[in-house]
Write a protein that binds this ligand. Structure first.
Ligand code: F6R
Length: 631
């Protein structure tokens, strides 16, 4: 395949697991080869979510395959400044927990920049850090992640190609992305010590890894964009031995995925035709039915035209495909011909099971559809997968703890035990230190707040309490951002519920934006449960629809069911979202987007309606979108 658009050799793997394995294998091969030569392997290492699986695999190879790290010398890219080594967010702690403590690397072989130095010491320290690397004749292998702003290490936009190891002021995007780990933006350090671009570029081999949709834009810029200091990763275009290793989601914006017909001969399947024609229509700003043969040719689609006939016929075909995705009957339209509808007409009354990873995803991401399903007489169940307790602010929990204490006093409810629990919780919250982990009682209070909000939404939409299920999946209950791996109990709660309800429809958050995020883990658990159940009779009647979380929407050509909303329905959904008061007016994990959840939801639903309209279909106020997952 000719990939002239890509200026850095790029390997795309089906998922981040396979990709991580291949990177770990390369590192292991290097370590072994150096061992045979009686030399040290000098590795440059990164922290963050991206390399975690690579380290897991290296540890596995150490334990199971006898891979020794005795000859390994490592230099990490960066450390926050100031930072104590035992702080939860320190990179030295990260490295010990994710790699060093589990392999036989001698403690004096690893180096992570020191975040405890005084300002006066930093400059000399940085020069010494580089001198040390140079004394080993540079790095044999440098592992890199990439920030959403294109940083490598903490070389933020604006960093020069010749930049040295130094103290760097962190970019706003970087701080926002770190806010989760620190329990709020204000607690994220403003500076960090980072290896400079120059040192990275000197490495004999560089591998940059990235997973998930939220990296797709920046990967496109780094790999296909111009070399610019505004995207420091783009400097790698000038490296002589570099690979970008990514998963399918992070590859989504590359031309070979976005417009593969520009790169090679392709097979014109229905999804590909849909993709090409919608792209063409939106890029040149012409509704589908107005596209001409010349438009197709000018846009690099002459091959499609030659194979499929005239623009006129193709336009109608694609227009109809899109038209048939639109339905006001997400549970199927009773007594109607359903041949061209997204859902089946029968059974008329369906059991629909909505999985909501956090207690508000149901209403935020598919509130309009949820309401329609209820209004159209289906038996709708909602399963809240996690408690969402870490996203409740301390003062919110304190308010509720105070309320209970006062309530008990007022009505002479004398349970010494209850009194003690709430008074202790209130005391803890009043004196809690930054990023201190909540006590179990406080976590429960926070979980209860979110539970009562979810119940309020369900009452508002109109489903009875026996159709509301709180699964409290165990993987989530760590009290910190870092969650446990999925375990048997997580799969069981999901599988048991599906088996009990025997749904005709399952709705799930198909959010792949962050492969380590809660949504993806929740989806993995559902998929595993469905896999286990799929041979049961009732599953033959079960269809699964994926909605997206608050952050993104399906590409227009991927959508298989689009449920329109009127202005009144949009307003009703907004009121449903308002029930989640703990998530309003400045949330714990705001992310880069300053809009509130109801605003994000409305903007996104309006945008989908707008895209349909631009393609020349009817004009709706807003639309919710779904993709069917066939198991
Ligand atoms: C980490 C580092 C950073 C990260 C980047 C991506 O040592 O230097 O450049 O690699 O911010 O972070 P994740 O992998 O968490 O998305």
């Amino acid at each position: 395949m000719q990939l002239s658009y890509e200026r850095i050799p790029t390997l795309i793997y089906a998922n981040s697991d396979d990709a991580s394995l291949s990177v770990a294998k390369e590192i292991a091969t290097l370590i072994r080869q150096k061992q045979q030569e009686g030399k040290s392997a000098i590795l440059g290492l990164a922290t963050g979510s991206s390399p975690k699986k690579v380290y897991v695999e290296l540890i596995r190879m150490h334990k199971k395959e006898g891979l020794s790290f005795n000859n390994v010398i490592t230099f990490n890219l960066d450390e926050y400044y100031p930072m104590q080594p035992d702080a939860l967010q320190s990179y030295i702690r990260f490295m010990k927990e994710h790699l060093f403590d589990h392999v036989d690397i001698p403690p004096d072989h690893y180096h992570v920049p020191d975040g405890t130095l005084s300002l006066e010491q930093v400059r000399d320290y940085c020069m010494e850090y580089e001198r040390r690397i140079d004394s080993y004749d540079g790095l044999d292998f440098q592992l890199l992640g990439i920030g959403r702003n294109g940083h490598i290490g903490f070389n933020e936009p604006g960093s020069h190609e010749n930049s040295r190891t130094r103290l760097m002021t962190l970019d706003q995007t970087t701080r926002v992305d770190a806010a989760m780990d620190f329990g709020g933006l204000s607690k994220v350090p403003r500076r960090a010590i980072t290896m400079g671009v120059q040192q990275i570029m000197k490495a004999k081999r560089v591998v940059l890894i990235a997973w998930g949709e939220h990296k797709a834009d920046i990967i496109y810029q780094a790999v296909q964009g111009p070399v610019t200091e505004m995207v420091p990763a783009s400097y790698l275009q000038g490296h002589h031995n570099v690979h970008v290793v990514i998963d399918e989601s992070a590859a989504a914006q590359l031309t070979r995925r976005k417009a593969p017909w520009l790169i090679d001969d392709i097979e014109w399947t229905q999804p590909m035709i849909k993709k090409a024609v919608t792209n063409l229509s939106l890029s040149i700003g012409k509704p589908i039915l107005k596209l001409t043969n010349k438009d197709y040719n000018d846009y690099g689609l002459s091959d499609l035209l030659a194979q499929q006939g005239q623009a006129y016929d193709m336009n109608i075909q694609v227009f109809n495909w899109l038209q048939h995705t639109i339905t006001g009957w997400p549970g199927g339209k009773p007594n109607a011909d359903d041949t061209l509808r997204p859902e089946r007409a029968h059974p008329v009354k369906k059991r629909s099971l909505i999985f909501s990873p956090h207690p508000d995803d149901d209403i935020i991401s598919m509130g309009g559809t949820f309401q329609r399903l209820v209004d159209q007489g289906h038996e709708v169940h909602v399963a809240y997968q996690t408690s969402g307790n870490i996203a409740v602010a301390d003062d919110e929990a304190l308010r509720f703890a105070d309320f209970v204490v006062e309530f008990n006093e007022k009505f002479d409810i004398t349970s010494a035990e209850a009194d003690k629990i709430f008074k202790n919780a209130a005391r803890f919250l009043r004196t809690k230190k930054d990023s201190e982990k909540d006590t179990e009682a406080v976590r429960h209070i926070k979980g209860l707040i979110r539970k009562s909000e979810a119940k309020a939404t369900c009452r508002f939409v109109g489903i009875p309490s026996e159709q509301i299920h709180f699964l409290n999946m165990p993987f989530y209950e760590t009290g910190v951002v870092q969650k446990k791996n999925l375990a048997e109990k997580d799969y069981e709660v999901i599988a048991d519920l599906i088996e009990k309800i025997k749904p005709h429809q399952i709705y799930a958050a198909g959010d792949l934006a962050d492969p380590h995020g809660t949504h993806k883990v929740c989806l993995d658990a559902i998929m595993e449960a469905v896999r286990r159940l799929k041979n049961k009779d009732f599953m033959k009647d079960c269809w699964m629809w994926l909605y997206k979380g608050a952050w993104a929407e399906w590409d227009i050509d991927q959508i298989e069911m689009a449920v329109p909303m009127s202005p009144d329905q949009v307003m009703k959904k907004r009121l449903g979202i308002f029930k989640h008061q703990s998530q309003k007016d400045g949330v714990v994990f705001q992310g880069a987007d300053a809009r509130e959840f109801w605003q994000r939801a409305e903007d996104r639903n309006r945008n989908t309606a707008d895209l349909y309209n631009k393609l020349g279909l009817s004009e709706y106020d807003a639309m919710e979108a779904f993709v069917r997952w066939k198991f």
